[in-house]
Design a protein around this ligand. Structure first.
Ligand code: ADP
Length: 739
């Protein structure tokens, strides 16, 4: 493609900065260069374009080492002049002078609207510049059209048609961390906190953080509370306190309004709470910390794939194609029309003002609606619930396999919803061992109070699979405790164990109860689930450590080899490589050959000879039984000679530990909600259906146990289809050692 007359690409960040913008710029720059296209950064958004002084060509190395930085290294600004035609005329002149006829604009709906207007006006602007002698006919005919692709950089997650905007996941991390910290001080002093988070018209951050932290109440713009909400809020907090809760957190989106359209301020909520509850209430306005800091693994990964897709899209644009946005839909990149998406986004405040709240919620997408349902249900849940007419029973929940962050939030959801619906919930200690030995305890409301933020599993877990000799005891215990349904939250051994129980139903009638497997393992190797609970936390743990490892390098030239978990599944290796810009990645699905090692080594030697200071290699623990981490480390060390040193780091259990990320908490809550719903449905319909759950392409799926074997490779304990495999190629091409 080199030399093809595709014009130059300009890339810019505009409007509010968002963590992950740097990863997007890096992907745009490198993908353009790979395709033989020159790429220019337009510094400080439209201001740099209007002034013309901020247009710089970028090369491969100029975007090295930017992924772990928050904000945007090419600067962003708000620019009044660009809102006027005169400003856009100057901007057009500066672009044409640099041969730029394609723009990747990374910003919010304002920036993208500006870009679309600019593109529509382009022929007229060029005609005027030609008429007044500022541009020649040749210059104008070299850039007859301005093609635009937008990427949505916005911490608010407020763009319709895109499920996650760049920066929203990181902002959620910042908010969740802050609320976790507030909760502990609130609990010590029996205090109530009103926490105000960003979101002028969008309640995503408030709602998602309310679920992730187990907040008492939340106020969001899309669904103003019904009149009299103050009494209901105080009533719920009062009953939670009576049940033993020591802290209460109310999360309010900055744009929250009541049904008359009047803003609900943090001060107002504080006054209500103080007056009614006679408690010490403090306000915390999180402000700009929500924008700051290193981007989360997801924001690095998703911004990278979106940046790549933006360039791919811009190259393939045809005359007459309208401007588009690359966004994320159903967990994949998607190209959607720019102005239609902006129009829908801007219609949300109108819907709210018109009282069409359901429509406003629907415009935010299916998962938003789902979160709202979960939050409303969880918030209203009471310790001893049950409704007349609803059948109730005793359900058991256990965790199996290695611990994974997010297991506790899932258990908490089962317990709280189960008790609210009048069921008895038994916690099985230590996975199948507890089921065999009869170590089951009745769970109570307050016991799970702060489990949203606890890593690992408070029920304990191990990797015992029930042997044939254990079935009798398990059957006896199911009967003894009168268990009417069983939820297993865990990994591969848990799935196998549950499947075996189901297969033994003919011999053990006690096993004829509905069962549910909920995917929870950092390895992310379970059928039917594109992401299992715990994988996001592990990925963030890995990315955090790699950031530190990279920064630990002194002035000497060094290559790091980092071994990550995953067993035979390369998910953690590949996605962490993509999220950290690792130059080399080895994983089992692809295998490791001597030829590959030789090529990689040659590249490393060449690159370090040319002045490289640091290189990063990520290896999945089971990538190859012979070419181990030690082997590769020694091989490269020897061959690297005086050019570079090797350092090895086996990350081990730190990948499993730690506080669950907001995503893992939300996934845990969502899957647990569905798991419990399945058991209740079976109870009502007298069914003993056994299912495993998971999200795939953004949709919740249920599969019968009988499908487990077809959907997975038993030998390597991983799904037959793995959606992330092609990310390896992208990771490599964007981090190629020598360009
Ligand atoms: P965001 O992109 O984050 O929504 P803004 O709405 O402030 O942020 O927009 C950023 C910049 O985009 C503005 O300062 C202006 O230069 C440009 N812009 C926004 N809206 C328009 C518009 N309707 N026409 C032209 N330019 C616009």
């Amino acid at each position: 493609m080199a030399g093809k007359s595709v014009g130059n690409i300009g890339v810019m960040t505009s409007g509010g900065d968002a963590p992950g913008m740097n990863a997007a710029v890096r992907a745009v720059v490198r993908t353009a260069i790979i395709n033989g296209i020159n790429v220019y950064a337009i510094l400080d958004g439209y201001q740099g374009m209007v002034d013309g002084t901020g247009i710089r060509e970028l090369d491969w190395h100029s975007v090295g080492g930017v992924m772990d930085q928050g904000g945007t290294f090419i600067g962003t600004a708000r620019c009044k002049e660009f809102r006027e035609r005169d400003g856009r005329l100057r901007a057009a002149l500066n672009l044409v002078k640099n041969g730029i006829d394609k723009l990747v604009v990374i910003g919010g709906d304002g920036s993208l609207t500006g870009a679309d207007t600019f593109s529509q006006e382009w022929p007229g602007l060029l005609q005027e510049l030609q008429d007044n002698g500022k541009l020649t006919v040749e210059e104008c005919s070299a850039c007859p059209k301005l093609q635009i692709v937008g990427l949505v950089g916005s911490i608010d997650n407020d763009m319709c048609n895109s499920d996650m905007t760049i920066g929203a996941d990181t902002a959620l991390h910042r908010i969740t961390d802050a609320i976790d910290a507030l909760s502990s001080t609130a609990a010590s002093h029996q205090r109530t906190f009103v926490v105000e988070v960003m979101g002028r018209n969008c309640g995503y951050l408030a709602l998602a953080s309310a679920i992730a932290t187990g907040a008492s109440w939340t106020l969001i713009p899309e669904m103003p509370p019904e009149d009299g909400w103050e009494d209901r809020m105080c009533g719920l907090i009062r009953s939670a306190t009576a049940a033993g809760r020591r802290d209460s957190i109310v999360i309010i989106a900055e744009g929250a309004r009541d049904r008359k359209g009047q803003p609900i301020t943090s001060n107002y909520v504080r006054d209500v709470l103080e007056k009614e509850l006679k408690r010490d209430v403090r306000i915390t306005i999180l402000g700009h910390v929500q924008r700051g800091g290193a981007p989360s693994a997801y924001d690095r990964y998703s911004a990278t794939v979106q940046g790549f897709r933006a360039v791919e899209n811009i190259i393939n644009m045809k005359d007459g194609d309208e401007s588009s946005i690359v966004g994320i839909r159903r967990h994949r990149t998607a190209v959607v029309p720019l102005m239609e998406s902006v129009r829908l986004t801007r219609s949300v405040p109108d819907k709210i003002a018109a009282g069409a709240y359901d429509e406003a919620v629907a415009l935010r997408g299916g998962s938003f609606k789902n979160m709202l349902n979960i939050f409303n249900t969880m918030m209203q849940a009471v310790p001893k619930g049950g409704k007349p007419g609803r059948e109730t029973g005793c359900f058991a929940v256990m965790t199996c396999g290695w611990p994974a962050a997010g297991m506790n939030p899932a258990i908490r959801t089962v317990v709280r919803l189960g008790l609210d619906h009048g069921h008895t919930i038994l916690g099985v200690n230590n996975g199948f061992e507890g089921l065999i030995s009869g170590d089951l305890v009745e769970m109570d409301w307050m016991q799970v109070e702060d489990w949203m933020r606890c890593g690992g599993t408070a029920l304990g877990t191990n990797r015992t699979r029930p042997a044939e000799s254990d079935f009798y005891m398990i059957a006896k215990n199911i009967e003894k405790f009168n268990i009417k349904g069983l939820i297993m939250i865990g990994g591969w051994t848990g799935y196998e164990g549950m499947n075996n129980l189901c297969k033994m139903r003919r011999n053990f009638p006690a096993f004829r109860i509905p069962m549910v497997c909920i995917p929870a393992t950092i390895n992310n190797n379970l059928p039917g689930a594109e992401l299992s609970i715990g994988a996001d936390t592990a990925l963030n743990n890995i990315v955090d450590v790699i950031d530190k490892i990279k920064h630990s390098s002194d002035s000497s030239r060094r290559a790091f080899i980092v071994e990550v978990m995953g067993r035979y599944c390369g998910y953690l290796a590949v996605i962490s490589a993509l999220s950290t810009g690792a130059e080399i990645v080895y994983f089992h699905e692809e295998g490791v050959t001597l030829d590959r090692l030789q090529k990689d080594l040659d590249q490393l030697v060449k690159s370090f000879s040319n002045g490289r200071k640091i290189a990063l290699i990520i290896r999945n623990e089971n990538a190859n039984p012979v070419y181990t981490t030690d082997f590769i480390c020694s091989l490269f060390e020897e061959a690297g000679g005086h050019l570079f040193d090797m350092r090895k780091s086996v990350l081990g259990p730190l990948q499993q530990g730690g506080v669950p990320t907001p995503f893992d908490r939300l996934l845990g809550a969502r899957l647990a909600y569905e798991g419990l719903t399945h058991l209740e449905k079976c109870l009502a319909e007298n069914s003993d259906r056994c299912i495993f759950l998971g999200m795939a392409e953004g949709t919740l799926n249920q599969h019968d146990f009988s499908q487990m074997e077809n959907m997975s490779s038993e030998e390597h304990q991983r799904p037959v289809e793995q959606w992330w495999l092609k990310a390896a190629e992208l990771a490599r091409s964007l981090a190629t050692i020598e360009k």
